[in-house]
Design a protein around this ligand. Sequence first.
Ligand code: TYM
Length: 334
Amino acid sequence: MTMTNKIIFSGIQPTGQLTLGNYLGALKNWNKIQDDGKCIYSIADQHAITVFQDPKSLKNATLELSAGIIASGIDTNKHILFNQSGNPNHSELGWYFNCIARMGWLNRMTQFKEKSGKNSEKSSVGLFTYPNLQSADILAYHATHVPVGEDQKQHLELCRDIAQKFNHDYGVDFFPIIEPIINEQGGRIMSLKDSNKKMSKSDPSDNSRINLTDSKELIVKKFKKATSDAHLLPSSKKELEGRPEASNLISIYALLQDKTVESVLKEIGGLGWGDFKNKLADVAVEKISPISDEINRLMKDKGEIENILNKGVIKSREISQPIIDKTKQIIGFI
Ligand code: TYM
């Protein structure tokens, strides 16, 4: 397959604010691969309502997330940015995939277990079946490549299983078997407060994450308060082993500057935490503030963001409709 044959799809939920984890794990890659093929990026608002969302907040989060995606460099003249609920083909194909995926497959999804916690009986049915809708998001476009963070890996394996079972059951070679694109470095940015937990927009502690809309002062403060350990910064990968706080902050520092961890270790090895955190905060402010300024600018003209999404919805329907029509024909619907 040539580079330009790639159809790239990914999505983000409009719940809470965009975090540095979303940026380094997903958005930065979305941006990087723009010249490799056709990109279709979706605000996964139908996924968001698997947990109740206040309608006003959902609308605002959808616009702000769209602004964040545009501000981080996605060219919406060349590529498609749209809100999932604008294209009913996703939920239609999602239903067909509910009939393909097996209960056992979904029972194994770790994200459902984490999100539903001890009280899975009280979770919405949508939260359980959501990976089927995610597979439909991707396969409604016959996408071939999906750039995501590490936490989505299991959902993408399910997408491959669904495509394979559909093709097998109906004796067709119709849905592609997708390739996940997960950066080894940056695929899993951890919380600033607990390096065993991923950085998440739903963590109750705002100090656990950097939001792309945080002010310069707040970014500096959050890095200063980030959990560290009792040793000087390491100068080799060997010394970095078993030091999760240092690994996480060094990764962030490296990724923000497109440097390798090795070169960063040479630069900062032997520094105390105070000095390193100052350097990290400086780099973060330098990279994040232009994005946050652009988000603020875009949010002043919400009509413009809505236009971009509406245009994206129309294009998304154009691509997915023939695929849904063919799917129905394969299934045997009149
Ligand atoms: P969501 O909204 O939780 O996250 C959006 C993207 O950000 C990545 N990410 C991270 N990467 C590194 N470190 C972190 N701490 C971190 N936190 C989040 C996620 O891996 C993801 O790539 N179900 C999806 C959205 C979705 C989707 C899709 C993705 C809907 N349809 C189709 C791919 C294809 C979700 O909840 O992502």
